[in-house]
Ligand binder design. Structure first.
Ligand code: TYM
Length: 325
């Protein structure tokens, strides 16, 4: 069975962008692949995090992975920092990375622009991501479109290592899961859990009132046509994408349904649809969040991941000469 690896940062409560762009697809993939889903807390600390909040976000993310339907008998769910091999291999991957190629990453440029005291970890974020993936002999990495560049670099680093030292790493394929979900307040910007403007995103744990308010105050385009046209109507196209993914209805049939009805009716139905999808997930989430089940799953996950990671870590250390003969 082919191996899948993907990760999500516990840097805030997940948004529907994370859900529609990644998590929802993980649930389908687990039936046909051997899956590892990681809570990448070491990536999260590349920007400052409150320690208590970080702990809570990790627990929430684990409970959400389960609440959306990941079956722990099929998928391994674990926390990155509980598997030291990730940081160990990350150091080796840093040593085959060039500063120039790390500086060219758009995420690094976006997150460091105009800031003082940018952490070195933000620059070396991609080699850690490469380590996550390469440690498990991953065949396929399912991610949202915003991660494409990091995945290309992962392949470059794996190939470079294989040529310079020993041919041990599988070059993973990237599986882009769909269109990027944009901020409700600015359709030029991706919806992000770390956005300071909370009106820009819908959190997976937002209640009905908040969801309705955020969708109703989402920016729209100048006319009243519910029509998909990313170039000229980016805001409404984004809402149509969200509607389509939540309802599994084609965009063209949604456009037909709302012909001549204007934005008001469309937004109000979208709010209702969002609430109807999130409510059962939230119900399951709160049961899990308060139970011991989450800890048991994470303990088992870290055992499995630690066992699996050992083989490739050892091979990489041998290849680079990091062990005594
Ligand atoms: P992160 O935590 O930003 O996002 C997790 C997943 O959600 C997708 N995503 C989106 N998809 C559509 N629209 C959006 N607005 C949106 N926002 C986020 C992301 O593409 C991603 O699939 N670097 C990664 C975490 C990571 C990782 C890995 C992923 C670390 N190691 C190894 C895969 C394999 C990240 O920051 O994801």
């Amino acid at each position: 069975m082919k191996k899948i690896f993907s990760g999500i940062q516990p840097s805030g409560t997940l948004t529907i962008g994370n859900y529609l762009g990644a998590m929802k697809h993980f649930v389908d993939l687990q039936h046909d692949y051997e899956c590892m889903f990681c809570i990448v807390d070491q990536h999260a600390i590349t920007v400052p995090q409150d320690p208590d909040e970080l702990r809570d976000h990790k627990r929430k993310l684990a409970a959400l992975y389960m609440a959306v339907g990941l079956d722990v008998n099929k998928s391994t769910i674990f926390i990155q920092s509980e598997v030291p091999a990730h940081a160990q291999l990350a150091w080796m991957m840093q040593c085959v990375s060039y500063i120039g190629e790390l500086e060219r990453m758009t995420q690094f440029k976006d997150k460091s622009e105009g800031k003082n005291g940018v952490s070195a970890g933000l620059l070396t974020y991609p080699p850690l991501m490469a380590a996550d993936i390469l440690l498990y002999g991953t065949d396929i990495v399912p991610v949202g479109d915003d991660q494409r560049q990091h995945l290309e670099l992962t392949r470059t680093l794996a190939d470079r290592f294989n040529r310079q030292y020993a041919d041990i790493f599988t070059l993973p394929e990237t599986k882009i899961l769909g269109r990027r979900i944009m901020s409700l307040q600015n359709p030029e910007k991706k919806m992000s859990k770390s956005d300071a403007n909370t009106k820009g995103f819908i959190s997976m744990l937002d209640d009905e009132k908040t969801i309705t308010k955020k969708i109703k105050s989402a920016v729209t385009d100048s006319d009243q046509d519910v029509r998909f046209d990313v170039e000229n109507k980016p805001a409404i196209s984004n809402l149509l994408t969200i509607y389509s993914l939540l309802s599994t209805q084609e965009v063209s049939s949604i456009e037909k349904e709302y012909e001549g009805k204007g934005y008001g009716a469309f937004k109000s139905d979208l709010a209702e649809l969002t609430v109807s999808v999130l409510t059962p997930i939230q119900k399951r989430f709160y049961e899990l969040y308060e139970s011991d089940e989450v800890d048991n799953v994470l303990d088992a996950g870290s055992d499995t991941a630690n066992k699996q990671a050992r083989t490739l870590l050892q091979k990489a250390e041998e290849a680079m000469g990091l062990h005594r003969t």
